[in-house]
Design a protein around this ligand. Structure first.
Ligand code: PLP
Length: 369
């Protein structure tokens, strides 16, 4: 099966991991500091805090921003459930806002003008949400970016992760994402205070007591063990050093899909990043009629296409909070997108021959339809 996404690991990555295994620190060592410094350099953020997953990054970010019970968190329903789950972890209410039918990102114009305590903005497929479009008088109290798809992406105001129009930005380094630490995540922020809360939160809530002996720590707010290992961090640094090459290869794959699929007007290609932006290229989600049949037939031919995503409001844990059953009326753009979305294989080690197979099988299928 050709998967829709896959890590790319070379000898440099393996050497970096082995070096940690031979070193005194498997966790809480220098590889973490180096990885965090590299993320700061890449994004331009003042702080980067490495954690155990993208999900932990979102949980830690929402906590660090002071979101909790009584607050309302808004996010895009066209995302992995972790974007919304972050709100549930801290006891906030979660609400969904429909997407823009073209960008497939949250439609900020439909966000309420007041009462939004926290916005989790997802850069779907790697296309950055234009957060500068939020007028100052409509700005949610807290803006968190879910940039799991968008490491390396850029906006006219700086790299995604620079937090030019947000408080915190979360990345995932799961193997299916653009760069990996195996399991892992990072939160970036320009706030010294939030960075301190993030560091305590990932380490049980432990803070040193000023002036007291080194053993005399305190926990004022209970945290978690959300630490990343040095093994993961060393892999992550090695991967980030290749990020430009990874993105260039992903651009190449996207361009070939565009060139060779453009002739069939039943296929709607994903939107390109506007001028001044750079696409993160995590996914290549086309839209196609009779998607379920195409999905089954491609899977049967060994092509691991995927649908991103089941809308979060449709998951049982969220559906019970929806006011009525008429989701089509409430989320028309999400419902229309989800009915036709199909992610084609998109990863650095996808060979030209494999991509040729994907394009050929898809084209043959469409001829027969
Ligand atoms: C992958 C992903 C996450 C979660 O990241 P993990 O590292 O798997 O915990 C969160 N949000 C989105 C949009 C994702 O794609």
């Amino acid at each position: 099966m050709i998967p829709y996404g896959h890590q790319s690991i070379d000898d440099d990555d393996i050497t970096a991991v082995i070096a940690v295994l031979r070193s005194p620190f498997l966790t809480q060592g220098p590889a973490i500091t180096e990885f965090e410094a590299l993320v700061c350099e890449l994004t331009g953020a003042r702080h980067a805090v490495a954690v155990s997953s993208g999900t932990a990054a979102l949980h830690a970010a929402v906590h660090a921003a002071g979101i909790g019970s009584g607050d309302v968190l808004w996010t895009s329903p066209l995302s992995f459930a972790a974007s919304a789950n972050a709100g549930r972890y801290v006891g906030a209410q979660v609400r969904f806002c429909d997407i823009d039918p073209t960008t497939l990102n949250i439609d900020l114009d439909q966000l309420p003008g007041y009462g939004v305590d926290c916005l989790v903005a997802v850069h779907y497929a790697g296309l950055p949400v234009d957060l500068s479009a939020l007028a100052a008088d409509r700005r949610p109290r807290v803006i968190v970016e879910d940039a799991a798809h968008a490491i390396g992406a850029r906006t006219p105001w700086g790299p995604v992760g620079s937090c030019s129009h947000s408080d915190l930005c979360c990345f995932s380094f799961h193997p299916v994402k653009t760069a990996t630490t195996a399991e892992g995540g990072v939160v970036t922020t320009n706030s010294d205070e939030m960075a301190e809360r993030l560091r305590a939160f990932r380490h049980h809530g432990i803070r040193q007591v000023p002036g007291a002996p080194a053993w005399r720590y305190d926990i004022a707010e209970v945290g978690y063990n959300f630490r990343l290992t040095d093994i993961g961090a060393a892999l992550g640094s090695s991967q980030l050093r290749k990020l430009e090459r990874f993105l260039a290869r992903r651009d190449e794959i996207a361009q070939r899909y565009r060139d060779e699929l453009a002739c069939d007007d039943r296929i709607l290609l994903p939107p390109e990043a506007p001028a001044g932006y750079r696409h993160g290229r995590h996914l290549f989600p086309i839209r196609i009629p009779d998607r379920d049949r195409v999905f089954e037939m491609l899977r049967a031919r060994g092509i691991g296409v995927q649908v991103h995503y089941v809308p979060t409001y449709a998951l049982s844990a969220y559906a019970r909070f929806e006011p009525d059953a008429d989701v089509v009326a409430r989320y028309p753009a999400t419902e229309a997108a989800v009915a036709s979305l199909l992610s084609l294989p998109m990863f650095v080690d996808l060979t030209d021959a494999e991509q040729g197979t994907v394009i050929r099988e898809l084209s043959n299928l469409l001829i027969a339809m």
